[in-house]
Design a protein. Structure first.
Length: 60
């Protein structure tokens, strides 16, 4: 079940950018990729890898 989230605050507080987004945008790409890999391993396990998908399309 998905929990409902309610944020209370003034209009100025709610209009500020998300602190998580600010944090991750401030981190170098290598650290962000490592964090995604950690979450992927936690969800799928260490043996599962992301699939590479390539689709070819003919141009008209």
């Amino acid at each position: 079940m998905i929990a409902k989230v309610v944020k209370k605050g003034s209009q100025q507080d709610l209009s500020k950018p998300d602190k998580d987004l600010e944090y991750w945008l401030s981190r170098p790409p290598e650290e962000r990729i490592a964090a995604v890999e950690l979450l992927r391993k936690q969800h799928y396990g260490s043996s599962h890898k992301l699939e590479k998908v390539v689709k070819k399309r003919k141009l008209k």
